[in-house]
Write a protein that binds this ligand. Structure first.
Ligand SMILES: [Mg+2]
Ligand SMILES: [Zn+2]
Length: 208
């Protein structure tokens, strides 16, 4: 079949306009993992070491009920550094998903960056997914038809906030994990909440 490039492009643009106009694009909340959902432990990969920050499952459940697409976006340079493997990352995410399910909560997509500039072999690539770059947010947006301007990034580091801003999202810095230190360096425009649950409550209140 022959396709006219111009026509198919126009159709795509029209399709995009239609889904925006009809409100079919989704609102997402991008969540950092370590220090935001779970207690920060350097290079965590073992399920036995995993501990939720109190209120985190409830926060995610509130987002699910609120119709938000929940996407975890986590830098896992421990893979590039050879501390653990991508399989370990997947196994831990499966464990977290099971734990969340006990609270009736779920994550719609788990994205991680295994790279680091000084990492090993193929993981040493300069990538666009390691936060503060917004690659993971863009990938999720394309995959799930997410309207980034209507979405929010929540994390405990300024790298999370920068990634969110670079993608055009709203952002909230939480004071768990590295957040208490990081907020000293945050600009006055940065929204800061105590933890994930208070961030989600703030977000739901301000988005109504
Ligand atoms: Mg973190
Ligand atoms: Zn990466």
């Amino acid at each position: 079949m022959l396709l006219c490039m111009n026509c198919s492009l126009n159709q795509q643009v029209k399709f995009h306009e239609t889904i925006v106009a009809e409100g079919l694009m989704k609102r997402a909340v991008f969540l950092d993992r370590d220090g935001t959902i779970n207690i920060e432990k350097e290079y965590l990969y073992q399920a036995a070491e995993f501990e939720f920050i109190p209120g985190a499952p409830e926060a995610i459940k509130l987002l699910n009920q609120g119709g938000f697409t929940v996407v975890v976006v986590t830098n896992q340079s421990g893979v590039a550094r050879g501390y653990y493997t991508e399989e370990d990352v997947h196994n831990l995410h499966r464990h977290i998903a099971v734990e969340l399910a006990r609270s009736g909560a779920h994550v719609d997509e788990w994205l991680y960056c295994p790279h680091h500039p000084s990492g090993r072999g193929s993981y040493a690539l300069p990538c666009n997914c390691r936060k503060p770059l917004p690659g993971m947010l863009h990938e999720a947006a394309a995959r799930h038809n997410i309207n980034l301007e209507e979405s929010t990034m929540i994390g405990d580091k300024l790298a999370d906030i920068e990634a969110g801003r670079a993608a055009g999202c709203n952002t909230i810095l939480v004071c768990t994990g590295y957040g208490t230190e990081e907020k000293q360096h945050a600009g006055p425009e940065t929204v800061v909440c105590d933890d994930l649950l208070s961030a989600v409550k703030y977000l739901m209140k301000s988005s109504n």
